[in-house]
Design a protein around this ligand. Sequence first.
Ligand code: ZN
Ligand code: ZN
Length: 147
Amino acid sequence: MEPECGLALSARKVEYIKFIFETGGTVRTTMIATAFSVDPSTITKTLAELAAGGYIRHVPYHGVCLTETGERHAEFLIKRHRILSLMLVRNGLLPEEACREASQFESLVSKKAVDRICHFMGHPRQGICGEITHDNDCLEREEGASS
Ligand SMILES: [Zn+2]
Ligand SMILES: [Zn+2]
């Protein structure tokens, strides 16, 4: 399954996937619970849904890690965050405000919209919290193109 539209995951799942990606390798469930101050039982349920969706897999006795699909999707999630937060900074927000605000609504912005915004902004290389990468999806997109 390929979450092409970019809207398949809730805000919370987006944050978990970004966290696992940025932590790298196999991440303990308790570490995720601590980082997000949530009950381990809630985490277990959400992680089971992410595993069912093919984004992560359980590593017995060690925690969870991203699948190939999960990693590819994480790259998109991070790019989306950096494009949207940079957009907010260019419109007057402070960097830390922009990061926080973007995290609150980014899960509702489609991949298509992110690619269009990236194109419109001239494919910026540096976001406020890291580098931004570009691929054929945003580079080849003509303004106003459908599909
Ligand atoms: Zn940020
Ligand atoms: Zn781009």
